[in-house]
Design a protein around this ligand. Structure first.
Ligand code: NAD
Length: 329
């Protein structure tokens, strides 16, 4: 298939070239928006990522150009209007279950970095300041960790936390039997919020989970609690999180995502004004550790994303060709 590959990043290009098989991929730097959708003209499929816009108007524009397939090189589909895609007859593919360890381990790295003040310690050492005053952290061993969403990534995160010697509570609309067997206890959301020392978010962003951690939910947490968000920025009310931190009603926030990240993440704005007040509050807060959506960024995950997505594209193409040849028999 001829594939228009939007918002190309240098780190993923070689993996897709390696696995592209008989497909022809054109790498496009631009993010997919209503204004750039015309770049898909002459292609059969679009490959897109978390920052791309796949709202109804964009999908309508893609359909009018003859696009039949949208292949998302990610897990979450919160930026795709699936209903509109269905109405327009556009097939949407994604890559669930690619190395869940990439994101789970990044969530742990963020948690450890925040709890043990690693960025501050590194900065001091770089400056020749070897004092450790003010860097007292906490053991995670023996703490209660609440995990919201125990699918691929949540399960991997729970297993790491069990290995740390934590008590793990979980909340999910569909409990995970291997985790139950491993000693994870499923509880109601209010219990998880009230009892956890660490709360880690691993559920998808949808109508039910949007701002799951809003001001009323945050007020149920222990003031010593830490929230880790490696899933989607929209799962929390960012302003409420910052207000809770300022009011000492929350001890820390470690995140790989931000609700308005599309405008900023995965691009270099150094030396330029960052005109997003909420992002500025977040990135400069002393008790926030923020990375710019890089949980998936491991060699293993990139390899699996490219390989599995291309296989699915080939499968889509073969099924379509079989359908056409059956019709002409
Ligand atoms: P998954 O589908 O395997 O697991 C999601 C889990 O959430 C499922 O068990 C599901 O039952 C549960 N869930 C759904 N609705 C819920 C609700 N209302 N309340 C509680 N639980 C609910 O997905 P996954 O592969 O584990 O990925 C989870 C999320 O991680 C993705 O949706 C995406 O937002 C995020 N993600 C982030 C990165 C990153 O780079 N930071 C990369 C991949 C995925």
């Amino acid at each position: 298939m001829k594939i228009a590959f939007f918002s190309t990043a240098a780190y993923e290009r070689d993996w897709f070239i390696r696995y592209q098989a008989h497909h022809t991929i054109t790498f496009i730097d631009e993010i997919l928006t209503e204004q750039t959708s015309h770049l898909a003209s002459g292609y059969e499929a679009v490959c897109a990522f978390v920052e791309d816009d796949l709202s109804k108007p964009v999908l309508e524009s893609l359909r009018s150009l003859g696009i039949q397939l949208v292949a998302m090189r990610c897990v979450g589909l919160d930026n795709v209007d699936l209903e509109a895609a269905d109405e327009l007859g556009i097939t949407v593919l994604h890559v669930p279950g690619y190395s869940p360890y990439s994101v789970a381990e990044h969530a742990v790295a963020l948690l450890m970095g925040l709890v043990r003040h690693i960025p501050q310690a590194h900065e001091r050492v770089q400056q020749g300041n070897f004092s450790i005053n003010g860097l007292t952290g906490q053991d995670l061993h023996g703490k209660t960790v609440g995990v919201i969403g125990t699918g691929h990534i949540g399960q991997a995160f729970c297993q790491i936390m069990l290995g740390f010697g934590c008590r793990v509570l979980a909340f999910d609309i569909k409990p995970n039997q291997p985790l139950l067997n491993a000693g994870v206890r499923y509880v109601a959301l209010p219990t998880l919020l009230a009892e956890s020392d660490v709360i880690s978010l691993h559920c998808p962003l949808n109508a039910q989970t949007r701002q799951l951690l809003d001001a009323p939910a945050l007020s149920q947490l222990k003031p010593t609690a830490i929230v880790v968000n490696s899933s989607r920025g929209g799962l929390v009310d960012t302003a409420a999180v910052l207000d809770a931190l300022d009011a000492n009603a929350l001890a820390g926030y470690a995140a790989d995502v931000y609700a308005n990240e599309k405008k900023w993440f995965h691009r270099d704005f150094s030396g330029q004004p960052i005109t997003d007040d909420l992002l500025n509050r977040l990135r400069t807060h002393p008790r926030v550790l923020l990375t710019a959506h890089q949980g998936f960024l491991t060699e293993e995950a990139l390899q699996q994303i490219a390989h599995r997505l291309i296989l699915q594209i080939s499968f889509f193409q073969n099924s379509r060709q079989e359908g056409i040849s059956k019709m002409s028999m």
